[in-house]
Design a protein around this ligand. Structure first.
Ligand code: APR
Ligand code: PHB
Length: 395
């Protein structure tokens, strides 16, 4: 079997890349370790930058997004119960759209199924070969039978624990990492959100976030120690803790109910450089992780594959390697802008048990500056909406 590009992983990065390439007549095969149902069952974030929405439009998968997505003009920050709104539209003329990653994935899967492009779910033992030369190959096992696909390029879109990054020879990649000594306990509930916009709260008991998936479904988070077990968190305990971390008026208005899902996720910052090794490209979580505080994970993945699709289309249409040669440096410039912002927002909003008075007062001073300085608020709005760090490299 032969194709032009083998894509490893059918998360949003792999599926969007497949779609963008297909629209330009580039043939792909996607190999995914899990079933489609399993991929769709994972609860992930749900804030899309305008650039991500534009890319989904370009990919022809934005119909439902425009019908069901919620356009947000700003977010609220809460510090020890005092609230302050950051008005994205007024500050930078941009908005974000709340639409779950699961829905994005669903739309991309439907489009791919309709087009008939090849996707192999439950592909086991995927292995990458010869990508340091001109004729890479990808092997996998499906239903007990071994297969081999010859291709021009491999796109590693297989997430943080995937095989692609692990296949690059040791020493050819440099990695950078921060782990944070806390996690987020998230809860999904079929109730209207407490507020029209997201509320990010820093409270002496720890961080909390009020988010949503739709007008009827809410997503809430509280910061917890890393050794916390989800079994120890009854819904009642969760709601009590969340209310304590919010201002009194918001706490009063929350519509609680039985959780549909509850899980703990660790927070991590991670980057692997470069994002290309020969004919293998890394994109999305395979190359980098951000803590969820800035809502950048999905947007970074989309940005990567936007660049990669342009580069590969240019290669096939013009026989020019300029785009693929520039891919890693272009993508990493955006990645580091988002790493900085996600790290900054994480540092601003979380509490540690051993945090000293100096650090707490620095957080407070930062919040006061966001409240009193339009320049500071604009800088945050630029990063959150993706106005900064994206413009120069995404078309
Ligand atoms: N072989 C084939 N597929 C694999 C392998 C493997 N060895 N390892 C992992 N995969 C698949 C996973 O099952 C998953 O479906 O690769 C896919 C990677 O998808 P994601 O983890 O969703 O990563 P990505 O597409 O880069 O999307 C980034 O996801 O984690 C969030 O915050 C992140 O929102 C961001 C988005
Ligand atoms: C979410 O809704 O899951 C969400 C929203 C914003 C974030 C992180 C997660 O910053």
């Amino acid at each position: 079997m032969r194709t032009q590009v083998v894509i490893v992983g059918a998360g949003p990065a792999g599926l969007l890349l497949g779609r963008l390439l297909e629209n330009h007549g580039v043939e792909t095969v996607i190999l995914e370790r899990r079933s489609a149902g399993y991929v769709l069952g994972r609860v992930r974030a749900g804030v899309l930058e305008q650039k991500t929405v534009e890319l989904l439009e370009r990919a022809g998968v934005s119909h439902r997004l425009h019908e069901e997505g919620l356009v947000h003009d700003g977010v609220e920050l809460s510090f020890d119960g005092e609230r302050h709104r950051i008005d994205f539209r007024a500050l930078v003329g941009r908005t974000v759209t709340v639409y779950g990653q699961t829905e994005v994935t669903h739309d991309l899967m439907d489009a791919r199924a309709a087009s008939g492009a090849a996707t192999v779910y439950e592909a086991e033992n995927v292995s990458l070969h010869g990508f340091d030369g001109d004729s890479p190959k990808v092997r996998y096992v499906k239903d007990g039978i071994g297969h081999e696909i010859a291709c021009d390029f491999i796109a590693g879109c297989d997430g943080f624990h995937g095989v692609s990054r692990a296949s690059v020879p040791a020493g050819a990649l440099q990695t950078f990492e921060r782990v944070y000594p806390f996690g987020w306990l998230g809860l999904m509930v079929e109730k209207p959100p407490v507020s029209d916009e997201l509320i990010y709260a820093n409270h002496e008991r720890g961080f909390a976030l009020c988010s949503m998936r739709s007008r009827h479904r809410s997503r809430y988070y509280v910061q917890v120690p890393l050794d916390e077990r989800v079994e120890d968190w009854s819904d009642d305990r969760f709601w009590d803790e969340l209310r304590r971390r919010l201002d009194a008026e918001t706490a009063e208005r929350i519509s609680t109910g039985p959780s549909m899902e509850k899980s703990i996720a660790p927070l991590r910052s991670f980057v692997a450089e470069p994002m290309r090794f020969g004919r293998l490209f890394l994109a999305g979580d395979a190359a980098h992780i951000v803590p969820p505080t800035g809502a950048k994970g999905l947007n970074l993945a989309a940005g990567d594959v936007g660049l990669l699709a342009d580069a590969l289309v240019e290669f096939y249409a013009e026989r020019s390697a300029a785009g693929i040669d520039a891919y890693s440096a272009h993508a990493l410039a955006r990645v580091w802008a988002a790493e900085r912002f996600s790290w900054w927002m994480t540092s601003l909003l979380h509490r540690l048990p051993d945090m000293d008075g100096f650090t707490r007062r620095i957080q407070r001073a930062e919040f006061d500056q966001l409240r009193s300085s339009e320049a500071a608020a604009r800088a945050m709005a630029e990063s959150y909406t993706g106005a900064f760090g994206a413009e120069s490299v995404m078309r």
